[in-house]
Design a protein around this ligand. Structure first.
Ligand code: NAD
Ligand code: UDP
Length: 338
């Protein structure tokens, strides 16, 4: 019998790529997603690409009744908890929406999982928990501290899960702190499909590349970095998906925290240039003021994940740019109008 993983938020950007990786590795996958920020088309495409079938439930993870039904219907071996809202600006404007969804989904899982003897959970955290730290490369031991409600929900979730695992020794939690997930499956069939104006750099660049937006606005060129623009650790989403598979395969008792990043920092202008070179396109840009809350540089020390999960990133910045462009050119309007 293949092992079965429940992916909350599995129709989303990272969840759909992880579902594909797991299906290809012979795991069974059950997805629960309310489609608040995604489309069921992603799961249909994952099924087509893998030649296998993920079971899909359109439901809110906070719906305890529905969650029980799902756990009763399937013998779940572990949960990967992606579901949540992720827009920093929106979290500042509507903090309660973020606290309600991002925290109560986790509470619902902690309440329900033990009733069905499921005691392994992998949680999607973020490098945002390192707050304004500039102590790069960032290690897991770096003090945490968040600067917006979204980030605080990530940190609070880490704390809730740690408290819960401390009180219930049979419960194992792996916390994965992602750096900047970008790119798409090389097929161009699944990818990042933000609603409205993208907040993040890569989807903004891809939309400029296909003419959906006239130019990129570079948020600040006066940072203390080699070219003055912000430096981040961009990780191909397929590498990130493989990080989840490795985290499941190597899950240990207790609470374990891992950075998932490449370990390399790249500036905004470096990414623009890499994108132009990989795809033979021009990305017009204008330098504007800094975005409030941004740090000059953030990149991972991924050594712990390299050693303990036997995982490291394999894809290059060029692969990232090629695959992101391929997805966007094949699906200029994302899933909805393709
Ligand atoms: P996404 O929005 O594409 O995926 C999240 C999915 O969760 C969506 O499909 C959405 O419909 C679903 N969802 C939200 N609330 C739900 C609920 N109550 N019940 C059921 N489904 C619900 O985002 P993503 O980029 O794939 O991110 C996945 C996770 O990784 C999130 O927790 C996010 O905070 C975290 N993360 C993302 C990034 C990033 O840059 N993309 C970085 C660090 C951490
Ligand atoms: N950025 C930018 N223009 C944009 C979006 C982002 O210049 O339209 C910059 C941003 O200031 C940061 C980097 O690109 O230095 C990555 O930003 P993103 O929002 O993708 O990730 P995060 O800030 O969450 O690391």
């Amino acid at each position: 019998m293949p092992e079965t993983l429940l992916l909350t938020g599995g129709a989303g950007y990272i969840g759909s790529h992880t579902a594909l990786t797991l299906l290809r590795r012979g795991r069974d996958v059950v997805v629960v997603d309310d489609l608040s920020n995604s489309s069921a088309e992603s799961i249909r495409r994952v099924n087509r690409l893998s030649g296998r079938e993920a079971v899909f439930y359109e439901a809110d993870v906070r719906d305890r009744g529905k969650l029980k039904e799902i756990f009763a219907n399937h013998k779940i071996d572990a949960v990967i908890h992606f579901a949540g809202y992720k827009a920093v600006g929106e979290s500042v404007a509507e903090p309660l929406k973020y606290y309600q969804n991002n925290l109560d989904t986790t509470l619902a899982l902690c309440e329900t999982m033990p009733q069905f003897g499921v005691n392994r959970l992998i949680f999607s955290s973020s490098a945002t928990v390192y707050g304004t730290s500039q102590n790069v490369p960032l290690k897991e031991s770096e003090p945490t501290g968040c600067v917006n409600p979204y980030g605080r929900t990530k940190l609070m979730n880490e704390e809730i899960l740690t408290d819960y695992a401390n009180a219930n020794k049979e419960f194992a939690v792996t916390i994965l702190r992602y750096f900047n997930p970008v790119g798409a499956d090389p097929s161009g069939e699944i990818g990042e499909d933000p609603r409205g104006i993208p907040n993040n750099l890569m989807p903004y660049i891809t939309q400029v590349a296909v003419g959906r937006r006239p130019k990129l606005y570079v948020f600040g060129a006066d940072y203390p970095t080699p070219d003055g623009t912000g430096v981040r650790d961009y990780i191909h989403v397929a590498d990130l998906a493989e990080g989840h598979a490795a985290a499941y395969e190597r899950m240990k008792p207790g609470v374990n925290v891992y950075n998932l990043g490449s370990g390399a920092g790249h500036s905004v202008l470096e990414l623009v240039r890499a994108y132009e070179e990989a795809n033979g396109v021009e990305i017009p840009y204008e330098i504007t003021g800094r975005r409030p809350g941004d740090v000059a540089q953030s990149y991972a020390d991924p050594g712990k994940a390299n050693r303990e999960l036997n995982w490291k990133t394999k894809r290059t910045l060029r692969d990232i740019c090629r695959d992101a462009h391929n997805w966007q050119t094949r699906n200029p309007e994302g899933y909805q109008k393709s």
